[in-house]
Design a protein around this ligand. Structure first.
Ligand SMILES: Cc1cc2nc3c(=O)[nH]c(=O)nc-3n(C[C@H](O)[C@H](O)[C@H](O)COP(=O)(O)OP(=O)(O)OC[C@H]3O[C@@H](n4cnc5c(N)ncnc54)[C@H](O)[C@@H]3O)c2cc1C
Length: 414
């Protein structure tokens, strides 16, 4: 007798009609279904597996964790010793406290050492994976070996009936939505996660690009390529880091970090944050009157910038009135860009998204929806965006870990 006939005979002999349906359902019944095989989703899945739960993972892409693979310039800036709630932005910054206290930078380092990943600090406290981001993805995939993984599956609808979540042909006792943000669309993103959250009654804080370059109207492209240590003031906040002049505005870490804030009221850039340039020019006028003003400035900032700041004024510094020196100094210490002249570059170059699922409706202790028991959310899909430096991946690991533990606990109660 052929194998399929033997199976058919076995089913007819052993199952009633109801049992056949039950059997089919059981085959596709999972304790935890994770949507999104990124940093948060894989961590949630790995954690639930540790509690011996039956786990399925769905992802729209043909490969998992593509943003992890692209992160940190290929070296994955995996965590940061400075992880703390004040490194995060969102409507409710305090929301992150619970997850961060349960999954710390030391936990990330411990996980990395278990997987023989060598972490290096490119700047103090900021950890990159020396083996490369691919090795981090391999370690994550190793941790989810017991799960059923369905790739190339774009999930755009989840329903809940009789306490069970229905997702395509699968049924879950719990679901973790970890579909990330919509920035960097070339890596394959989708807004369906937000739509699914909305379908369960969740509010979405408006999305906008963050950790990306800024476009400035009437910008002088001649400055493109210059890098300088700069301070950017955005209302009452200040970021200080390396700033890169681009063809259309500013980029580099300082601009990326400034883009996390609301730039609607403009920004003020200081290209020499350690120096009172006016004082320096006045001193030079008394001591080195025969020097050109651009020559003096060139000792503080790169030559090309100095020439730009003096607007090709070739006079000796002794011949320049203090009021004019003050204007020149302002073009270094206090470049004001009004809100109507500056905007985000767009989602295409942004590393993360600001906005997302409103955290007011999520438990910060468990990552479970307050509106729909059994539904968990983790990672960037939530209205949380971290500073540059490994804080976003850390949030993904920490929130994924908490969601995984609690989804496993809820599934256990069935
Ligand atoms: C170029 C770049 C470099 C970065 N570098 C760093 C860094 O060095 N350090 C750092 O901390 N952060 C970095 N980040 C940010 C960090 O990568 C993200 O914040 C983090 O990956 C978010 O994790 P996540 O699991 O929430 O989402 P993701 O990692 O984006 O994973 C979401 C997953 O869900 C899947 N998905 C989405 N919608 C659906 C759907 N409807 N159905 C099925 N699957 C779906 C996606 O395919 C994706 O695999 C970087 C980001 C970018 C773009």
């Amino acid at each position: 007798m052929r194998y399929t006939e033997r199976v058919r005979k076995f089913i007819i002999e052993n199952f009633t009609e109801d049992n056949i349906i039950l059997g089919v359902i059981m085959k596709n019944l999972y304790d935890v279904i994770v949507v999104g095989a990124g940093a948060a989703g894989l961590t949630a899945a790995a954690t639930a597996l540790k509690y011996n739960k039956r786990v399925a993972i769905f992802d729209l892409g043909s490969t998992p964790a593509r943003k992890v693979r692209a992160s940190g310039g290929g070296n994955c800036n995996i965590t940061n010793d400075a992880v703390k709630y004040d490194k995060y932005h969102g409507k409710n910054q305090n929301f992150v406290r619970g997850a961060l206290s349960r999954f710390t930078p030391d936990d990330v380092k411990h996980w990395a050492s278990q997987h023989k990943l060598k972490l290096i600090q490119k700047t103090p406290g900021r950890y990159f994976c020396d083996n490369g981001a691919d090795a981090v993805v391999a370690a994550l995939m190793n941790d989810v070996r017991g799960a059923d993984i369905f790739l190339n599956q774009h999930i755009d609808n989840i329903t809940k009936q009789d306490n069970l979540f229905h997702l395509g042909k699968c049924v879950g006792r719990t679901v973790v939505i970890a579909t990330g943000g919509i920035s960097f669309p070339t890596l394959g993103v989708s807004d369906a996660g937000y739509k699914i959250a909305k379908s369960f009654g969740h509010k979405i804080v408006p999305l906008r690009p963050a950790l990306g370059p800024l476009v400035i109207t009437d910008w002088d492209a001649k400055l493109a390529g210059i890098t300088v240590d700069a301070e950017i003031k955005i209302e009452k906040s200040v970021v200080r880091d390396s700033l890169l002049f681009t063809h259309s505005g500013i980029g580099g870490p300082a601009a990326y970090r400034a883009s996390l804030y609301d730039i609607g009221n403009g920004i003020t850039i200081d290209l020499a944050p350690n120096t009172d340039v006016f004082e320096q020019l006045k001193n030079a006028k008394q001591q080195n009157g025969k020097k050109s003003v651009s020559g003096i400035l060139g000792e503080i900032i790169p030559d090309r910038l100095a020439k730009y700041a003096v607007q090709n004024d070739t006079r000796h510094i002794a011949d320049i009135k203090d009021a004019d020196l003050r204007e020149i100094a302002k073009r270094v210490n206090e470049i004001r860009i009004p809100g109507n002249k500056i905007r985000h570059h767009g989602m295409s170059a942004a590393e993360v998204v600001r906005g997302g699922v409103d955290t007011d409706q999520i438990s910060s202790k468990t990552m479970e929806s307050k509106l729909c028991p059994g539904l968990f959310l983790a990672g960037e899909i939530l209205d949380i965006a971290g500073d540059l430096g490994g804080f976003n991946l850390h949030w993904a690991w920490a929130s994924g870990f908490v969601a995984g533990i609690n989804a496993a606990a809820v599934a256990q109660e069935f």
